[in-house]
Design a protein around this ligand. Structure first.
Ligand SMILES: Cc1cc2nc3c(=O)[nH]c(=O)nc-3n(C[C@H](O)[C@H](O)[C@H](O)COP(=O)(O)OP(=O)(O)OC[C@H]3O[C@@H](n4cnc5c(N)ncnc54)[C@H](O)[C@@H]3O)c2cc1C
Length: 584
């Protein structure tokens, strides 16, 4: 009888391992006796790798129970029925699911989503308040207040189909005091103020549906302090992620959060951004220690200090992170830094289908392989980046990975992933420690969105963003592809899949009513699919104007608490009105 080393086997790991085991499932989905496992999970989890190795070592013809040494067997629960149930649940036909009342509501919810956006984009204007506030601020800021149309339009939403709603004026702030002054004047005249970092947000976040004043903080771009010994830095909000890393170049430290665009750290905090490294290093939520911010009243507050942890009262840092400039304008951030790993290697592997690539991701994560990046590109994305970045990757679903650690660790992680990929039909697995090759691949990945745009010149796009628990990733991606196909939409997929986060970039012609309607339906449908799979309607892009109705579908009455917080801090609704919640 095969034996396993005394490792604990979390059910998820076992299921993942069984899925990977070549003979684990017969064509009709039954689990053969070869993988009957009868054991009690020991209390300490010593990791999934030993389990994986042990289960893979089970010969296909083995028919007896596999016992963990040291685990008593008499009262042990057989996992077989549970695995079979899980397996069966995974096989529920999409059509069976789509007959559920929930999905029948999808079209209705799609209409609700549009209604939510219509509400968010047509707010009443306070003409006299805006005019008076601009007059006062012009005297104070002179040429640093601009009212020319091109500048105003550039400070409205420019990145997707949501129509541009320019502010009435743009003030270029250079200090916290400048921001406080603009907000103070705006508050006195009940004029809207909208914070602006680099304008790369994707859901209409910087639009001015009620007009008002855009506060551009891009000139607040100084790295104020680097505390290398404490692994943190104090920065102004206009510092971009690339500029921060450039500044840190000689310290052996780096800041890991990397949205595809070179966004400002203030904007990234405001949208609770993440990126390719989040699977290992977390999101902005995990990497900001404290903030300084100007509240809608014009008051300046500090939400914490530099300590790595704190139990001091309500967590205002995290209230502001993800608040999209609706509760305060961030004027300073204290961020965590990380040591540049001793070794880094990148890998790529091609899969026969998106589903098998997702299965490899799920297993990698469930096995506890500490990947730093694991990104999915479907075949359309690969074709686009080949053309855009002059690469010659096989035009099939692709996983791009990065491993961080010591030289031995990155080699071990790459080898483990190679074995997992092999189980799921991965081919062309290659890994490299060459910095040039790594940079080339990751630059191509980061340019993925632009590569897609270049692949269909003249088309409009919307880059959607949902995130599901990792075990639901394959189903979510597969069903999103099916629905896009059913609607006749071209909708390539890119994803930070290690977190269960993926983006469909939907192409359409916004002057074609039929295509536009399909696109709107698809986006609402996808948000509802994410909710159905216990995920979220946005993993990283945020709510802005575009996802207001989806937010209430996801969180229900919790959004009323959000409205109450907004009303308490901003009773006149001057700070970025029409985003996240619309006060009743
Ligand atoms: C090609 C491309 C790829 C992208 N990839 C990713 C990705 O991988 N991950 C990801 O998370 N996002 C991604 N994004 C979205 C975008 O880059 C992020 O949302 C980013 O965090 C926005 O930062 P920004 O400086 O451009 O903010 P802006 O667009 O200027 O503002 C965004 C929101 O934050 C508010 N805001 C800005 N500055 C402040 C401040 N100082 N205080 C308070 N509120 C403020 C604004 O009012 C607005 O509501 C991508 C976008 C593009 C175009």
């Amino acid at each position: 009888m095969p034996t396993c080393s005394p490792a604990s086997l979390p059910v998820s790991v076992l299921v993942a391992a069984v899925r990977g085991f070549k003979s684990a499932e017969t064509a009709d989905g039954r689990i053969p006796l070869a993988v009957q496992c009868r054991f009690r999970v020991p209390p300490a989890d010593s990791g999934g790798r030993a389990a994986w190795t042990a289960i893979r070592a089970i010969p296909a013809e083995a028919s007896g129970p596999v016992r963990m040494p040291g685990a008593p067997d008499a009262s042990d629960t057989s996992l077989l029925p549970r695995i079979a149930r899980l397996s069966a649940a995974r096989r529920v036909s999409p059509h069976a699911r789509s007959r559920s009342p929930f999905i029948r509501l999808a079209f209705a919810l799609g209409r609700r989503q549009l209604a939510g956006m219509a509400q968010a984009t047509s707010l009443p204007r306070n003409e006299s308040g805006i005019e008076t506030a601009i007059g006062v601020l012009k005297q104070r800021f002179g040429e640093r207040l601009q009212t020319g149309r091109p500048v105003r339009e550039q400070h409205g939403h420019t990145t997707t189909w949501i129509r541009n709603q320019p502010p009435d004026a743009v003030v270029f702030a250079r200090s916290t005091e400048d921001v406080a002054e603009v907000v103070g004047v705006a508050a006195a005249h009940k004029a809207p103020v909208i914070a602006y970092g680099t304008g790369t947000s994707l859901e209409g976040h910087v639009n001015a549906p009620a007009g008002g004043i855009s506060v551009d903080v891009s000139q607040m771009n100084k790295v104020l302090e680097v505390h290398a010994e404490d692994l943190d830095a104090v920065i102004q909000p206009g510092v971009t992620r690339k500029a921060l890393n450039e500044e840190l170049r000689d310290t052996g430290l780096f800041f890991p959060i990397d949205p595809g665009a070179d966004a400002s750290l203030g904007g990234m905090a405001a949208t609770r951004a993440s990126g390719t490294n989040a699977v290992r290093y977390g999101t902005m939520r995990d990497n900001v220690l404290s903030l300084e911010a100007v509240l809608p009243s014009g008051e300046i507050i500090r939400t914490g200090r530099r300590a790595k942890k704190s139990s001091a009262g309500y967590d205002l840092t995290r209230l502001l992170i993800g608040s999209e400039g609706t509760l305060g304008i961030i004027t300073e951030l204290t961020v965590k830094l990380h040591g540049i790993p001793e070794a880094m290697s990148s890998a790529r592997c091609t899969f026969p289908a998106v589903d098998s690539a997702c299965q490899a991701v799920i297993t990698t994560i469930q096995m506890g392989v500490p990947v730093a990046r694991i990104e999915l590109l479907d075949a359309d994305c690969v074709a686009a980046i080949n053309a855009y970045s002059r690469l010659d990757l096989p035009v099939n679903p692709l996983l791009l990975l990065e491993f961080h650690g010591s030289e031995a660790e990155v080699a071990a992680q790459a080898t483990t992933f190679g074995e997992i990929a092999d189980e799921f039909g991965g081919t062309g697995f290659e890994w490299t420690a060459s910095p040039e090759e790594r940079t080339r691949l990751w630059q191509a990945r980061h340019d993925g969105y632009w590569a897609l745009l270049a692949s269909r010149p003249g088309k409009d796009t919307i880059a959607t963003d949902v995130c599901v628990p990792i075990s639901n990733l394959a189903e979510a991606v597969e069903r999103s592809q099916e629905e896009a196909r059913r609607l006749g939409l071209y909708s390539p997929i890119l994803g930070h899949v290690g977190d269960g986060n993926f983006h469909n970039t939907v192409f359409f012609d916004k002057d074609d009513d039929d295509e536009r309607a399909k696109c709107e339906h698809f986006i609402a449908w996808l948000a509802n699919l994410a909710i159905e799979l216990d995920g979220t309607v946005t993993g990283e892009h945020g709510i802005g104007q575009g996802k207001i109705a989806s937010l209430s579908s996801e969180l229900g009455t919790a959004t009323e608490i959000m409205s109450a917080i907004k009303a308490a801090l901003d009773p006149d609704n001057i700070m970025n009105p029409g985003k996240i919640v619309i006060p009743g």
